[in-house]
Design a protein around this ligand. Structure first.
Ligand SMILES: [Zn+2]
Length: 221
């Protein structure tokens, strides 16, 4: 039997009161993950302190845009892309992963042409970002009764799940211990790394960029 691999990621934080509890739950099981943080949230010193703690505990800190409001492909100007990417990266500062992890805003976990504009892609390549998407979005923020089951089903159906959870109010926290127990019962291998299948760019090169992830600028808007 092939061992299924699982990489956990926590998006849209950090959130004081939530992120520290997520960190405790992960620490108990010695699981390392990545926190894809929203730059604006780091303007709150209590939130900024949480990325220091997460980083000290061995988690990776990734950039999940400055404002998390309009997807890069939906506003394809060069200046917008640079301010969304670099504004967050500056705030993350020395806690950033050495390979500059970046995850575009998907707007409810959707994959599609809204993810990236051409200027955003060019910037991510020129600045050598490791751009990551996902393949397992169980919907922790909108389906409190079903998301654990959805996650397990997606893990069981794939070889390497990159799971998107949220360290925000009313999302994964209450049932995270249950999810981790069930994943351990399944015998999954927890990874911190990301497979090429969810890597759009790395080290200045395109790795796996489906055509449908880039805004078609010739399309009427
Ligand atoms: Zn997000």
């Amino acid at each position: 039997m092939t061992i299924r691999r699982v990489t956990l990621t926590f998006d849209n934080g950090p959130t004081p009161g939530i992120t520290e509890r997520v960190l405790e739950i992960l620490e108990r099981r010695r699981i390392r993950s990545t926190f894809f943080v929203i730059g604006r949230k780091l303007d709150d010193p209590a939130a900024a302190d949480l990325i220091r703690r997460a980083h000290a505990a061995g988690h990776w800190i990734g950039n999940h845009t400055l404002s998390h409001t309009v997807a890069l492909g939906d506003r394809p100007e060069h200046d917008y892309a640079v301010s969304e990417i670099e504004g967050a990266q500056q705030r993350i500062g020395s806690f950033a992963h050495a390979e500059k992890l970046f995850r575009p805003y998907g707007n409810s976990g959707r994959l599609g042409p809204h993810l990236l504009s051409r200027p955003a892609l060019d910037h991510l390549l020129a600045q050598k970002y490791w751009t990551i998407t996902w393949n397992n979005v169980p919907g922790d923020w909108k389906d409190p009764d079903g998301w654990v089951e959805s996650c397990i089903a997606l893990v069981s159906g794939g070889s390497w799940s990159v799971v998107v959870l949220h360290d925000i109010e009313g999302a994964c926290l209450a049932r995270l211990p249950e999810l981790l127990r069930r994943l351990e019962d399944l015998g999954v291998g927890f990874e911190q790394d990301f497979p090429d299948s969810v890597t759009l760019t790395r080290k200045g090169k395109i790795v796996c960029l489906p055509q449908g992830y880039l805004t078609d600028e010739s399309r009427p808007r």
